[in-house]
Design a protein around this ligand. Structure first.
Ligand code: GLY
Ligand code: MN
Ligand code: MN
Length: 382
């Protein structure tokens, strides 16, 4: 991913914040691997692969005789040009195919003074690489990157929020296209409709889909993470449509449950009304200083009083950032306090096995005095 100069400053600032937080959390260093943490710290956005590719971030202000104190990439030689061009990390080491990568890792950790002490590794690092790190630093103790980076990533800055607003708008406009499609959707398979959604998301400025699109027609909607298959959409049946796209690397995640033609069962009208009220009550409850658990309870209370409590089989929401599912999780009993800049989904649902499902999902950002909805399109079923 090509970065602008402004982005590079953002990434350098984030690396400095990460180095400072490492010390504050009692860690000596951090080892990142291709994934969202590395993207957050450098802008480098590659899928993980079998070659050793790490960013080592030593904690700020450590005492000792380390010769390397700056964040340093260790990359296969074929990536050198790319990381130098696309990131602002100045310290880059390479290893060649045919070399022993573990020896290169051992040398870098040694130069950073990190063959002992407490090292954090990316939460999603492949086990094969964590094993090599243990071999390279047998005296070290280990923790997870989220211990230090979680508090940084959970509050979104202005540029991150702008990207997420744009991604949410692309999803909103796609929902509006779906409403216009109306009866023409009847007879399309779930998979055809998912492809159609992908085209519309791209037409509205999105890049790809942020997760596998869910188009769950009729009884398939009772499986909250159904995906999509060969079932054809029928008149009068609710279809759960859960999808998102990315803008500047940041995703949207939105659900509407629509009936494309005809009249749904009476039970569906009652369920949809309960889910809609639950979603509104939960959004209404969002403000800084309240707990994530209180938002879950606000949604759950409405659905329970409508008689569908047992059919609301998941948490009310999840944080959204570079990862589509991340902190804060909006789950019963969470005492995590909401802070301005946190972005999460509010997505109550009711799932009636063999009949249908209904979920309504929007993203919200916590503001200084309440919350802003990132999605604002109609939540009705028609
Ligand atoms: N779609 C609901 C969840 O994964 O929490
Ligand atoms: Mn979703
Ligand atoms: Mn979601």
């Amino acid at each position: 991913m090509e970065d602008s100069h402004a982005d590079q400053d953002v990434h350098a600032d984030r690396r400095a914040s990460a180095a400072a937080r490492l010390g504050a959390t009692g860690a000596d260093g951090l080892v990142c691997f291709p994934g969202r943490n590395l993207q957050y710290l450098t802008g480098f956005d590659e899928a993980p692969a079998e070659r050793h590719l790490f960013l080592v971030v030593p904690a700020a202000d450590r005492e000792g005789d380390a010769t390397v104190t700056d964040p340093t990439f260790l990359v296969p030689s074929l990536y050198e040009t790319q990381v130098r061009a696309d990131t602002s990390v100045e310290s880059v080491r390479t290893w060649d195919d045919g070399d022993d990568p573990t020896a290169a890792v051992r040398a870098l950790l040694g130069d950073c003074g990190l063959r002992e002490g407490r090292l954090l590794v990316d939460d999603t690092m492949w086990a094969t690489f964590t094993q090599d790190l243990r071999t390279a630093a047998p005296e070290a103790s280990w923790g997870l990157a989220s211990e230090a980076l979680g508090a940084l990533r959970v509050r979104k800055d202005a540029a991150e929020l702008d990207a997420m607003r744009a991604a949410a708008a692309a999803a909103d406009r796609t929902v509006e296209d779906l409403r216009e499609l109306g009866a023409d959707a009847v007879g399309m398979t779930e998979r055809e409709l998912a492809d159609w959604v992908a085209d519309r998301l791209a037409a509205h400025g999105g890049s790809g889909t942020s997760f596998d699109t869910i188009v769950a027609a009729g009884p398939n909607g009772a499986k909250p993470h159904h995906g999509c298959g060969d079932r054809e959409v029928r008149a009068g049946e609710p279809v759960v449509l859960d999808f998102g796209t990315r803008v500047d690397g940041y995703p949207s995640d939105q659900t509407r449950t629509l009936v494309f033609d005809g009249e749904p069962p009476a039970a569906y009208r009652r369920v949809h009304e309960a889910v809609r009220e639950a979603q509104a009550a939960a959004v209404e409850a969002v403000e800084p200083g309240v707990t994530a658990g209180s938002i879950d309870r606000a949604a759950r209370a409405v659905i329970e009083s409508a008689g569908y409590g047992d059919a609301f089989v998941h948490r009310t929401g999840h944080g959204v950032g570079l990862d589509v599912h991340e902190e804060p999780y909006i789950v019963a009993d969470s005492d995590r306090t909401l802070e301005p800049g946190m972005v999460f989904s509010v997505e109550p649902g009711v799932y009636l096995d063999g009949e249908f499902g209904c979920r309504i999902e929007d993203l919200v950002v916590v503001t200084d005095d309440g919350c802003e909805r990132l999605n604002d399109t109609d939540r009705g079923w028609r």
